[in-house]
Write a protein of this length. Structure first.
Lengths: 325, 517
């Protein structure tokens, strides 16, 4: 199959999968205890039955479940994710508002952790058993095992409260009204702590995976052959070992990439980062059905998308995969 | 001589009034935490805490209230209540403009109270049930005529209770879906400028505000910081100047209060007067027995809980009415910590160790610890307690469906027992599906009549006597376990002056606040 054919076949399956996910999510969220009308009315500090009835009617929650589901699915097919009960705005707009901040954070963390993870992993594998390998492996284990929210709070305490080097939260300096390069730099400064916090865990994961995989591949016969041919160590590592050892890392990267939209809830909360993870969390607490379903659907779409991308990357990195099927 | 003395006194009063005025400095910016992010800023549609905090600067009502709940002028410059208690006449303040430049008139008030809020505002609707007509005999006068006297009606003109909305924008529209809701237009001291979702809300000074010289501040930023620890850090690093009540966990308050130049006040909650209690399910299980409920009261060391769980902030409740609410009395049975008495009562009723569950309020760690403290006290007298848990939506579901034994809550009182107290104890307010009524299922027909009568008595003296009788009787019945009057301290930098001057605290605080440079 050509790559093009693979993409078409995967995409058509993806649409069916997404639809199934949407329907499953719909039932899951309605099965959770709690009623959005009661939560909303409750926030007003006082409410009567009339108000709750009004809200139910306005949101269409007074209709039978199958009618609600039908309307929801019909909306999705037209790329309409519905209206947020709580925020009184189309869900698509809410997600579009928050998506750039989240992608900036998660993509930065993704790129940084992938690059650092592979580099450290390769370096550690080349120095296996030496002190520098031990240091790198220990660090990786430490960051792998530390809970993210604790690391985030410590980073804020040290770099923001004690030293005052970096802003501890937020997306940019509020009220400074920077433009152009100044704004980019300002956002960049705000990005450092959350991106590092989020990235360290994945750096550790990639490093451990890359190191183990490099060591495994370097024991294989074709490496001995390459050595016998008289190739230099650097060339063998880069062209023969790394290329074969990278596949598990690609798999992991594909998994992480799938979480680019929904995987930063904790980091966004601690750092007051105005992203989609927080939107999801707050909507869940308020049982804002349409918003939660919308975020879930976009997250699911990202997972499916990156599964397809991972498949394609496999074929590029290792042409045998395409040839086999 | 007498004349002179009078003049001198006048001069002194004038001087004492003038000196703080002279020191007030215009300009500057205030950063206030808002938690959680409000769902919207149209105060006529949404009256939750965060919305009131922010939109309280944008919208106004006819009156404001000082910390003793005395009314003060706002959009009304003067008011008169007829002797029979049936007619409320308001003279409106002149020269008031909406933020879009349109003049504010009595028509706006009539539209707001009679049309807009009657449709959208559940709490006001209950008070409006007593109203026969709302009219505007001239553009600067509004008259509310009541069907029968309703003592607390004068408390209904607070900003969050009756926000005045612009008729020229909303008349004839679908209020909930009016696109103008995204850019609120009020008469208040600050105008809406920008809302960056997830980050901040920016308000700017209303240059045309009708009180000369006000507001002093150029701009106010309401900052959205979702994590309690991060909010404390934001205050420590100087990112924000004000932490409204409830912004940080209680145990962080002493630490922040000790910082240089940081002030803490418990004032500003007199109007809302949040009173906390545990609903005790009066329908079934051990909690249906009055002796068991009394035993719960005696078993608890509420002073200890206040000192440890709430770091000493607040006041142990004596009954259903908070001490800052009108007609409060402590001339009732007092439930001190008395484990022996509790055990006696349990023995009398023949408590067999049937387990009871406690449902804490899912509002953070403090409430969780409070439930733990209660469990410990109740275990000490032999009550078998389990702690249940739920998130906010789940809590709403369990309480409004009566699926609990003991459940923590707190509710606002709005200055008067007829507004914020009786709703939790009368039988006509036993209705499944809402967690803001008589959730415990307490029924006492003779008391129901007394609550109803006290609401419509004309003179305060009559009402005082009626509420005293009610308090005495209900405290013996223990329909719920009253815990304490909550105060949510406001933490702010001491160079911010006159921030909390009214009974609703910082909800309308930035109007008068100024920063000493």
């Amino acid at each position: 199959m050509t790559i093009f054919a693979v993409i078409v076949s995967r995409l058509s399956k993806a649409i069916l999968t997404l639809l199934a996910i949407a329907i499953l999510n719909f039932f899951l969220i309605h099965a959770a205890p709690g009623d959005p009308a009661v939560v909303l009315a409750g926030e007003a500090g006082a409410a009567d039955e009339q108000m709750i009835e009004q809200l139910r009617e306005r949101f269409g929650l007074d209709q039978p479940m199958y009618v609600q589901l039908g309307k929801y699915v019909a909306g999705i097919v037209q790329l309409d994710l519905g209206y947020s009960f709580r925020q009184g705005a189309p869900v698509v707009d809410l997600i579009a508002d928050r998506l750039p901040a989240t992608l900036l954070l998660t993509l930065t963390a993704f790129v940084v952790s992938l690059a650092l993870g592979i580099a450290f992993g390769v370096a550690a594998a080349a120095r296996v058993g030496k002190p520098s390998d031990t240091v790198l492996t220990t660090m990786a284990l430490l960051f792998y095992a530390t809970p993210l929210y604790w690391l985030a709070l410590m980073a804020v305490l040290v770099f923001s409260v004690w030293f005052g080097w970096l802003p501890g939260f937020g997306y940019e300096t509020v009220g400074a009204n920077y433009t152009g390069l100044e704004r980019v730099l300002d956002i960049g400064r705000h990005l450092i702590l959350p991106a590092l916090t989020l990235g360290l865990f994945f750096t550790a994961v990639y490093m451990r995976m890359a190191r183990a995989s490099m060591l495994e591949v370097s024991q294989l016969d074709f490496v001995k052959t390459a050595k016998a041919k008289g190739l230099s160590d650097a060339v063998i590592r880069r062209r023969h070992i790394l290329r074969n050892a990278i596949l598990p890392v690609v798999t992991l990267a594909g998994l992480q990439a799938g979480q680019l939209v929904g995987g930063a809830v904790l980091t966004e909360t601690v750092f007051a980062w105005p992203g989609i993870g927080r939107l999801m969390f707050e909507s869940l607490a308020a049982r804002d059905y349409n918003t939660i379903l919308g975020v879930f659907l976009v997250s699911a779409a990202m997972v499916i998308l990156f599964n397809i991308v991972t498949d394609i990357v496999y074929r590029i990195v290792d042409p045998r995969i395409g040839a086999r099927s | 001589m007498k004349y002179l003395k009078l003049k001198a006194t006048t001069f002194l009063i004038a001087a004492s009034l003038a000196s703080p005025l002279a020191a007030q400095e215009a300009g500057g910016r205030l950063d206030i935490v808002v938690q959680p992010e409000p769902p919207g800023l149209m105060l006529g549609l949404i009256q939750n805490g965060p919305t009131q905090l922010v939109a309280g600067d944008i919208y106004e009502s006819l009156l404001r209230y000082d910390s003793d709940l005395n009314p003060m002028p706002s959009l009304a410059k003067s008011w008169e209540i007829s002797e029979d208690g049936l007619t409320y006449t308001f003279q409106l303040t002149e020269g008031v403009k909406w933020h879009d430049g349109e003049p504010f008139t009595a028509d706006d008030v009539v539209f707001s109270a009679d049309v807009f809020l009657r449709e959208t505002h559940a709490r006001l609707r209950a008070s409006l049930a007593y109203v026969e007509s709302i009219t505007a005999p001239d553009p600067m006068t509004v008259v509310f005529k009541l069907k029968e006297p309703f003592g607390p009606f004068i408390n209904a003109f607070e900003n969050g209770t009756m926000p005045i909305v612009p008729k020229h924008i909303y008349e004839g529209t679908d209020f909930a879906n009016n696109p103008a809701n995204a850019t609120p237009i009020g008469t208040g001291p600050f105008k809406f400028d920008e809302w960056v979702k997830g980050s901040h809300i920016h308000l700017v000074k209303n240059e045309d505000y009708y009180v000369d010289g006000l507001p002093y501040l150029d701009e106010v930023f309401y900052r959205v910081i979702p994590d309690a620890a991060a909010r404390a850090v934001a205050f420590e690093t100087g990112e924000v100047d004000v932490l409204p009540g409830g912004s940080v966990e209680n145990w962080d308050i002493p630490r922040l209060a000790e910082m240089d130049g940081v002030c803490v006040t418990e004032k500003g909650w007199e109007f809302l007067a949040p009173l906390s209690w545990m609903w005790l399910n009066n329908r079934e299980g051990p909690t249906a027995n009055e002796k068991f409920r009394q035993a719960v009261m005696y078993a608890m060391d509420r002073e200890f809980m206040k000192d440890v769980v709430w770091n000493g902030y607040g006041k142990v409740a004596t009954g259903p009415i908070a001490s800052s609410t009108n007609f409060y009395s402590d001339d009732v049975t007092i439930y001190d910590h008395n484990p022996d008495k509790a055990k006696e009562l349990l023995a009398e009723m023949g408590y067999d160790g049937e387990p009871v569950s406690i449902l804490p309020l899912p509002y953070g760690e403090t409430w969780q610890r409070w439930a733990e403290a209660v469990r410990q006290n109740l275990s000490e007298v032999g009550i078998n307690v389990e702690i249940d848990s739920a998130d906010v939506a789940g809590w709403n579901e369990k309480t409004s469906q009566w699926d609990y034994d003991m459940a923590f809550t707190y509710l606002y009182q709005y200055g008067d027992p007829a507004l914020g107290v009786s709703r939790n104890y009368t039988a006509d307010r036993i209705k499944k599906g809402s967690p803001w009524n008589n959730v415990e299922g307490y029924e006492n027909p003779s008391l129901d009549e007394k609550w109803a009568a006290a609401a419509t008595m004309v003179t305060p003296a009559e009402r005082e006597a009626a509420y005293l009788e009610i308090q005495k009787e209900i405290v013996d019945d223990v329909p719920v376990a009253w815990m304490q009057e909550l105060t949510f301290p406001t933490i702010y930098r001491c160079n911010v002056n006159d921030l909390v001057t009214t009974a609703i605290g910082i909800n309308d605080g930035p109007r008068n606040a100024w920063i000493e440079k």
